[in-house]
Design a protein. Structure first.
Lengths: 469, 141
């Protein structure tokens, strides 16, 4: 099995880096998980907030690596032409990796206030807001890398065939870059700050990232199932219409209690209550395509990841999102472990899994075979179940903790202080941590599956070896 | 999906629907921006408050705490801490960190000067006066 276009191979370092950073993300998740129950664990060497920045920023950076790798892999194939500049893709890879690594090292070895001072936060203050903690040079680096990346992808698309899959991917990626610009807007009025902060965070995960998700899944399903392109692309347009029509105004579900007018309880509530629709459509789409498949692709693991994405994205984003999106409920659950439960399953089910789907599909081909050996696939499928089931448990334990937290701190007649409540949730936090360890085991099995060879077939001397198909 | 519903129809609905939703969202945003001054009391947004927000950000308090319900869930909500504890408590509290209590969640020592502590308190006080539609449900946050 050969790559259709040589330049698709630049996706490989992107995928490898993504997996490497994923491991780092999980290790810091486990550190925080312990700090939840052993409060002074690693204090003051790694305070909780530092571990959290590393955990969430690594998540975002490795997902971006995954998206870029996916684009480099699928755009040449969709446009039927070589990538505009593989060299640029390689340069950007190193720039992004080094910038990301330096940022994480900075978080870990320099006090945050000094980091801010050293990196020009005094010139333009953008740091210290959740998910947007990166120093100014890193933020600027992200913009430069994104622009050069879009140039590379855009030029490739200009000279080649234009398909709906690649167009949708491009719209998603352009949207991602444009919305990130709001990270540079940090008014001293906290209400305005929060209002536009969500234009990055919400409009990413419940807006443009869903287009990227749809495009990647559409591409992989097209290849795996051999279903007619027309059918797949019609589905994609339907899904992303639902996404943006509900998701843009659905931003309002974050405007209930931050000082914005009360009417957002209606606008945000109604539109965001419809946000599960695109995720439901995505699930139906995945199963429908696999059921109508016209070929049996030997890569069973990739099919499993694709179906898993459909199911888990719907559960994490659709079901767990809906759970707390209506204002009268969100009034009680806002900013509790319920939010954390939803955040974990949604990020995992949608974006982690779609990146693992494209890696599962593309990596074997980039390594010269249509699919991995039986043994490697079996291991990969084990890792799928280990990670996915443990994420379900993490979500369930956090949901249980969240319900108790809401009850004790916000509902009963004599509400208890935050720390008193947290003490009573320790059991659930321990169970979450154990689930996290299983998740890490799943991730190790996943990486191991890349190195498994098939057992060598013994061939008796003098016998003619049958030609392989 | 049926053959009468073509891909180009799907595409046009996508562009139309998206533009419509985006415009509606922008209109609501303009209206919100216009209404905000009554809700955030920006006449009280003094230089102290602005400096306090800057200290809040450069110490990454949001990495442990929630502020109006957004942030991290490791430590108490601070949007209403001014009402819960008062300014003096907040200053003393920040000064005596970390508690060092074995096994208890820890908050770092930030070495603030007294004027800086006043700025932080001013910021938390201003924040506690934002009209949040009565959130949080009670003083515990
Ligand atoms: C590493 C995590 C961490 C960081 C960073 C942090 N805090 Fe805390 N903070 C805590 C914890 C944990 C508690 C509760 C400790 C306890 O009760 O023993 C707390 C409690 C407080 C309280 C008392 C709340 C109450 O209701 O009694 C205030 C006020 C406070 N922090 C302010 C701040 C400010 C301001 C910053 C930033 C300059 C900050 N914290 C940064 C962890 C943190
Ligand atoms: C893949 C898609 C999604 C991802 C990755 C995601 C992720 C997240 C994350 C990380 C947060 C926490 C933000 C913070 O730190 O303050 C959050 C909050 C929230 N999400 Fe989602 N989400 C997704 C889809 C949805 C959907 C479809 C809905 C509604 C149906 C929804 C409803 C909410 C609500 C209401 C909150 C606010 C919680 C609170 O008040 O504390 N999400 N989401
Ligand atoms: C692929 C797997 C994971 C993903 C996608 C993920 C994602 C996230 C996200 C999005 C947040 C921010 C949540 C929010 O603001 O609501 C977060 C916070 C956190 N994560 Fe993870 N995470 C993963 C695995 C883990 C694991 C295995 C653990 C530990 C067992 C862990 C522990 C934590 C903790 C303790 C927080 C901080 C919650 C708080 O603010 O108090 N995560 N993670
Ligand atoms: Fe949202």
């Amino acid at each position: 099995m050969q790559l259709h276009y040589q330049s698709q191979a630049v996706a490989k370092p992107y995928f490898i880096a993504a997996i490497g950073l994923f491991v780092g993300q999980i290790l810091f998740g486990l550190i925080m998980g312990l700090q939840y129950v052993i409060g002074d664990f690693l204090f003051p060497a790694i305070p909780f907030n530092v571990a959290r920045m590393v955990h969430t920023n690594l998540l975002i950076v490795w997902l971006l690596f995954g998206f870029m790798g996916a684009a480099y892999y699928l755009v040449p194939e969709e446009t039927e032409t070589e990538l505009h500049s593989p060299l640029l893709a390689w340069v950007l890879f190193w720039v992004f990796l080094v910038a990301g690594a330096l940022t994480v090292v900075g978080y870990l070895i320099v006090p945050y206030a000094s980091l801010a001072e050293m990196t020009g936060n005094g010139i333009l203050a953008t740091m210290g807001r959740e998910f947007l903690e990166q120093p100014l040079p890193t933020k600027l680096g992200i913009v430069v890398v994104a622009l050069a990346f879009l140039y590379n992808i855009g030029m490739t698309m200009l000279k080649g065939r234009k398909t709906a899959i690649s167009m949708i991917l491009l719209i998603g990626l352009v949207g991602l870059a444009v919305l990130f610009l709001f990270a540079f807007y940090n008014p001293s009025n906290l209400v305005k700050d929060k209002y536009f902060w969500w234009w990055v965070v919400h409009l990413w995960v419940e807006g443009v990232w869903e287009l990227i998700l749809g495009a990647i899944l559409g591409f992989v399903l097209l290849k795996l199932t051999g279903v007619d392109r027309e059918v797949i692309e019609k589905w994609l347009y339907t899904i992303i219409t639902l996404t943006l029509v509900t998701g843009i105004i659905g931003t309002g579900h974050h405007y209930y209690w931050i000082g914005a007018p009360a009417y957002w309880q209606w606008w945000g509530g109604i539109f965001s209550a419809l946000e599960p629709l695109p995720f439901f459509a995505l699930t139906v789409f995945c199963f429908n395509m696999v059921n109508r498949r016209r070929r049996e692709h030997p890569n069973k693991a990739a099919t499993l990841w694709a179906l898993g994405t459909g199911v888990m994205a719907f559960l994490g984003a659709g079901v767990w999102g809906f759970l707390h999106t209506l204002a009268p409920i969100n009034y009680y659950t806002h900013g509790t472990q319920i939010t954390a439960a939803h955040g974990h399953m949604a990020f995992y089910g949608a974006y982690v899994m779609v990146v693992l789907t494209i890696i599962s599909y593309a990596m074997p081909i980039m390594r010269g075979r249509e699919a991995n050996s039986e043994r490697a696939q079996v291991l990969e499928m084990w890792s799928f179940w280990l990670m996915t089931v443990s994420m379900v448990f993490i979500t369930l334990f956090l949901t249980a903790a969240g319900l108790l937290q809401v009850w004790l701190q916000r509902i009963i007649p004599n509400p208890q202080p935050f720390m008193v409540v947290q003490d009573q949730l320790a059991l659930f936090y321990w169970l979450r941590w154990i689930s996290g360890v299983v998740f890490l085991i799943g991730l190790v099995v996943y990486m191991y599956s890349f190195f498994v060879q098939d057992k060598p077939q013994p061939v008796a001397a003098g016998e003619v070896q049958p030609a392989t198909a | 999906m049926s053959a009468t519903f073509t891909k180009s129809m799907a595409r046009n609905i996508f562009y139309g629907g998206t533009v419509f939703a985006a415009l509606l969202f922008l209109a609501l945003t303009f209206h919100t921006t216009w209404k905000l001054p009554q809700r955030d009391h920006r006449e009280n947004l003094t230089a102290e408050v602005v400096r306090g927000k800057h200290l809040w950000e450069t110490r990454n308090c949001i990495g442990c705490h929630t502020l109006l319900g957004e942030g991290a869930y490791f430590a108490p909500e601070l949007g209403n801490v001014y009402k819960r504890r008062g300014g003096d408590f907040i200053k003393v509290w920040i000064k005596i960190q970390p508690t060092g209590a074995a096994g208890r969640r820890q908050m770092p020592q930030f070495h603030f000067t007294d004027p800086q502590l006043d700025d932080i308190v001013a910021f938390l006080k201003w924040t506690s006066e934002i009209n949040t539609e009565n959130w949080p449900p009670n003083i515990q946050g």
